[in-house]
Design a protein. Structure first.
Length: 310
């Protein structure tokens, strides 16, 4: 994915619009939802008074300054600037399976990258430290992301210019995540939906006890589904063409049922441990589900205007 392509990507522009249209208190509440309201570990003298403003619906009552409210004759809220930023790890599967095609023609890696941009947009607005980690079977690359959202986009797109020519290794990705020492740092793990299955849950349960945990699952097209306009179909993991005699209605239905059973079982397990899963088959659908998660999950997050503007 080149930088030039990202300039033409309408979803990236919607993400930029999201970034500039949300006020900082809204960003904090939105990420609080994704973080599961975990304890920051920075109680006491870790904050400095930054600003005083009128109370808005959805603000936490602990933010109210009662002395200032009495002076002003209405509820007033103190916004505090944290001296220590939070840490966010964006872990991306870059195995060759991520070259799989989605129904609208996007590659899974493009959808996953755009989804990570959604998280990065909000996290960088909150002055979080963001690290990008790219994992396949041959290497694990950690890339600290300095600067704002435009710099993050540039860093991500440059990192993805290399071909996806190695198999995935999701176990190594989860193992790396398990070794992250800064507890309570938010983890966002992006891969394609077919890689997410309940066999991974022992490690995932361990991660969920120490970190707010979010998964991104990209839905690729069923390789057995008849798509005359697309011609021959190649299996992303093996690079081999799928014989036409396998692409039958019964075979397509069997793959669809297996995929649905696998992801629903995985999703149920995530719900039990308090982790989240956002899955979609395109960048546009992923963006809409991300916005829905933030707006529907917490009263008082005024996302409606943002969605309409996007």
């Amino acid at each position: 994915m080149s930088r030039r392509r990202s300039n033409r990507d309408p979803v990236r522009r919607r993400i930029e619009s999201l970034d500039t249209s949300l006020r900082l208190p809204t960003v904090r509440r939105a990420l609080g939802l994704l973080e599961g309201e975990h304890s920051s570990g920075r109680r006491g003298g870790g904050d400095e008074r930054a600003d005083l403003r009128a109370y808005e619906f959805g603000d936490e009552t602990r933010m109210i300054d009662w002395h200032a409210s009495a002076r002003m004759g209405r509820p007033m809220v103190v916004e505090r600037e944290r001296l220590v930023t939070s840490k966010v790890w964006l872990l991306l599967d870059v195995g060759r399976e991520m070259s799989g095609t989605c129904p609208d023609g996007e590659q899974a890696i493009q959808v996953a990258a755009n989804a990570l941009c959604m998280f990065a947009s909000l996290c960088l607005r909150r002055s979080d430290e963001v690290d990008l980690v790219l994992v396949d079977s041959s290497a694990i690359r950690r890339i600290p992301c300095q600067g704002g959202f435009a710099r993050f986009e540039q860093t991500l797109d440059r990192a993805l210019e290399s071909p996806l020519d190695q198999p995935r290794n999701l176990e190594a990705l989860l193992g790396y995540a398990a070794g992250i020492q800064d507890r309570q740092a938010m983890l966002v793990i992006a891969t394609d939906q077919s890689a997410l299955h309940v066999d991974l849950m022992p490690t995932i349960r361990q991660l969920a006890t120490t970190h707010p945990l979010n998964f991104i699952g990209v839905e690729t097209m069923n390789p057995l589904r008849q798509q005359p306009a697309m011609g021959s179909v190649t299996d992303a993991p093996s690079g081999r063409k799928i014989p036409a005699f396998l692409r039958t209605a019964n075979g397509t239905q069997a793959v669809d049922l297996h995929r649905r059973y696998q992801i629903e079982a995985f999703s149920r397990e995530l719900t039990r441990i308090g982790a989240s899963l956002i899955r979609a088959d395109s960048s546009t659908a992923m963006f809409n589900r991300f916005i829905h998660l933030l707006s529907a999950g917490r009263p008082g997050i005024p996302m409606r205007q943002t969605v309409m503007a996007a």
